[in-house]
Write a protein that binds this ligand. Structure first.
Ligand code: PLP
Length: 483
């Protein structure tokens, strides 16, 4: 690494990136390229001789950016947000600069210690119970994604129960969730060797606003126990992916504890909102949980990837995931004086991800972060009002945070299929304008459009413009359907 060369090239790159952000609204939000477009534009093999940075940047501008979907665009309203920010960006930059691989404390003590401190800070901001702090038997760890978070706690829960009942009982273990739980849980069960017929996906409907009913959980557990099976894991969600439903944590937690289940709370998206006192009640009941997860890379201004996981009993994780080969042994680890995060995750290597979260917390401060969340919730509320004012549309699920689920109503009485087709066509029509990007889900067999506010650059004018495009495209489609 030549420091002067870095200075010159990095300045150029920062200029390029700043211009990208400045002009981000000029790109179609959803990339409009066709599959395989890039192979036609790039050579078949790597160059034999070095090329200039300018040549590469020209290719980024002309060949790569057309194939990018602009998640940071203020007109991005799809899935859930994935925030970037100046602070998060600078933290990523610094982490790339230091470029250490912090699997054990000794490989970079600051990386482990900063992660512990920053996750304690965030746990306090969320008012998590003290048992989740690193000062006791628990602690926080940064995983890459919520999928990794649920996998590692599922493995810990599996091994904890198997230590008690014997390894041969793995075929009897049962995991519980609702039909709104993220598919990451079923993937984790597959990896952990939990039989697919022992994954209880409990039905929800509009009568409970798509949240998991404690009665149906209790019933399922009783039936499984009566059949000689061993209930061992419950994943509840605060802010489901489809509609931001909130499972009733206090009741579910009590049932879990009574039956000896590991209780995991997935607040991947909505956890960020719970730093605001007025939204904190959504995670009431987290005292009953064994583990809690939120993605700082979704709605907390921290660049991807940064998924915060807290556990009350770190030894359960470590017993499942620890390895201790000779070549990694060192005094601090052998003396049990330190945390070695390699034992809290699947891979060995890990990045210095706490830097960006630390920078976000310091450069914004909790008050600004709260204001940031509130602004998005308010923008979503305004969008919801606009939907309600147009009798051709309906709001399809309660809005808890900054996601509005809505749909065009059927033009013929009760014709579900034609309404679904109409909404599918509306989604395609608005997304192909390049002026906004929204996604969809299905709730109670209805095809529903999702408008998730949460991109850092989104302002009221973007929300209003998106609604105008939606209305225009709806009018066109309705006119055509009547011809
Ligand atoms: N859980 C919930 C509630 C989510 O909304 C998502 C993704 O949107 C996930 C889990 C999976 O997230 P990740 O991509 O971090 O694995």
């Amino acid at each position: 690494m030549d420091a002067e060369q870095l200075r010159e090239c990095a300045h150029k790159m920062v200029d390029f990136i700043a211009d990208y952000y400045k002009n981000i609204e000029s790109f179609p939000v959803l990339s409009q390229v066709q599959p395989g477009y890039l192979r036609e534009l790039l050579p078949d093999s790597a160059p034999a001789c070095p090329e200039s940075l300018q040549a590469v940047l020209d290719d980024v501008q002309n060949k790569i950016l057309p194939g990018v979907t602009h998640w940071q665009s203020p007109e991005y309203f799809a899935y859930f947000p994935s925030n970037s920010s100046v602070a998060g960006f600078l933290g990523e930059m610094l982490s790339a600069a230091i470029n250490m691989v912090g699997f054990s404390w000794i490989t970079s003590p600051a990386a482990t210690e900063l992660e512990m401190i920053v996750l304690d800070w965030l746990a306090k901001a969320l008012k998590l119970p003290d048992e989740f702090l690193s000062t006791g038997k628990g602690g926080g760890v940064i995983q890459g994604t919520a999928s990794e978070a649920v996998l590692v706690v599922l493995l810990a829960a599996r091994d904890k129960v198997l230590r008690r009942v014997g390894k041969d009982a793995i075929g009897k273990l049962v995991a519980y969730s609702s039909d709104q739980t993220h598919s990451a849980l079923l993937k984790a069960c597959k990896i952990a060797g939990i039989h697919s017929e022992n994954c209880r996906v409990l039905k929800t409907d509009s009568s409970t606003e798509y949240s998991l009913s404690p009665e149906s959980l209790s019933e399922a557990i009783s039936q499984d126990i009566a059949s000689g099976l061993i209930p061992f894991f419950l994943c509840a969600t605060v802010g489901t992916t489809s509609s931001t439903a909130v499972d009733p944590l206090p009741a579910l937690g009590k049932i879990s504890n009574r039956n000896g289940l590991w209780f995991h709370v997935d607040a991947a998206y909505a956890g960020s909102a719970c730093i605001c006192p007025e939204f904190r009640h959504y995670i009431d009941g987290v005292e009953e949980a064994n583990s809690f997860n939120m993605n700082a890379h979704k709605w907390f201004l921290t660049n991807f990837d940064c998924s915060a996981l807290w556990v009350k009993d770190r030894s359960a994780l470590i017993q499942s995931l620890s390895t201790n080969p000779e070549f990694l042994q060192n005094k601090a680890s052998q003396g049990n004086m330190v945390v070695d995060y390699k034992d809290w995750q699947i891979p060995l290597g890990r990045r210095f991800r706490s830097l960006k979260l630390w920078m976000v917390l310091r450069l914004y401060g909790l008050e600004n972060l709260q204001a940031y969340i509130r602004n998005h919730v308010e923008l979503a509320r305004k969008f919801e009002e606009l939907v309600k004012l147009d009798p051709r549309f309906e709001v399809a699920a309660p809005r808890n945070f900054s996601l509005v689920c809505f749909r065009l109503l059927p033009t013929h009485q009760n014709n579900l299929e034609s309404a679904n087709t109409l909404n599918r066509e509306l989604l395609d029509a608005v997304n192909s304008t390049g002026k906004l990007f929204i996604s969809h889900t299905v709730l109670s067999d209805k095809y529903v459009l999702r408008f998730a506010v949460g991109a850092p650059l989104t302002e009221e004018r973007h929300v209003v413009a998106a609604w105008t495009t939606l209305q225009e495209k709806a009018s066109e489609l309705l006119r055509k359907s009547q011809e």
